[in-house]
Write a protein that binds this ligand. Structure first.
Ligand SMILES: [Zn+2]
Length: 245
């Protein structure tokens, strides 16, 4: 009844003056080590505590209370097609980053997945541009490690440190779609409040090519690791407008 991903468009959304997403500790450096891992179906980074001994968290939008950041991973396509999970205004973007958060009232992600309000995921679209005109220091460090993550179960540590906010850079976080859905990987738990930002971040082709070279446990290339579109089943999708706050 509430599976993800789905098609998103302004025309099919309820335009509503929702609060902006509040980013807590997103500007505080994360403790080291920052480990990236090839999971066989994606590349993932677990999110450690920040240097002030807390964790990054979000609030606002459709969320009630605070949601603590747990992990970041990516979905991508192939040289023949884009690979975002959500389609935005009929467009499948080149890649989609997910920052997974769990409701602070639950102890860990496994517990949170049992509740309809257990998890909040931020979806960030990536669009290939010929010559990126901005540098994203956090993402740049991740892209730089991808060649060390080609094999299944390989791990790499990010050099130096980053803030979680450095994965968003100058992304417009005021305009977003939000709806109640699910994880897009098994067990597809219907526990996720999705917040998908309407505008993409630019990415260089050379960096997306690195994703296309990653391998699964059989040595096959991990490509098109997005789930097919799911039925909306009359669910409301909300779109936040810039005028609203
Ligand atoms: Zn995902």
């Amino acid at each position: 009844m509430r599976q993800s991903p789905i098609k998103l468009s302004i025309n099919s959304s309820i335009i509503r003056p929702l609060p902006r997403i509040f980013f807590g500790n997103y500007d505080v450096r994360l403790k080291r080590p920052l480990k990236l891992a090839n999971k066989g179906y994606t590349v993932e980074m677990a999110i450690p505590q920040t240097r002030n001994g807390q964790k990054p968290f979000i609030a606002g939008g459709l969320l009630r209370g605070q949601y603590v950041a747990e992990g970041v991973h990516l979905h991508w396509g192939s040289p023949a097609s884009g690979g975002s999970e959500h389609m935005v205004n009929k467009r499948r973007y080149d890649a989609e980053m997910h920052i997974v958060h769990r409701n602070a009232r639950y102890t860990n992600i496994d517990e949170a997945l049992n509740y309809s309000d257990g998890v909040a995921v931020l979806g960030i679209m990536f669009k290939i541009v010929r010559i990126p005109d901005r540098i994203y220091p956090g993402l740049k460090k991740i892209y730089a490690e991808l060649p060390n993550l080609v094999e299944y179960h390989s791990e790499a540590k990010l050099p130096g440190s980053i803030t979680l906010g450095q994965l968003l850079g100058d992304l417009n976080t005021r305009d977003f779609y939000t709806y109640r859905g699910s994880l897009t990987t098994p067990e597809c738990n219907e526990a996720v409040t999705w917040t998908v930002f309407a505008k993409p971040l630019p990415v260089a082709m050379t960096d997306v090519v690195k994703l296309w070279k990653l391998q699964d446990s059989d040595g096959n290339l991990i490509r098109n690791n997005y789930r097919v579109l799911q039925r909306r089943n009359n669910r409301p999708v909300f779109y936040r407008t810039p005028e609203s706050q």
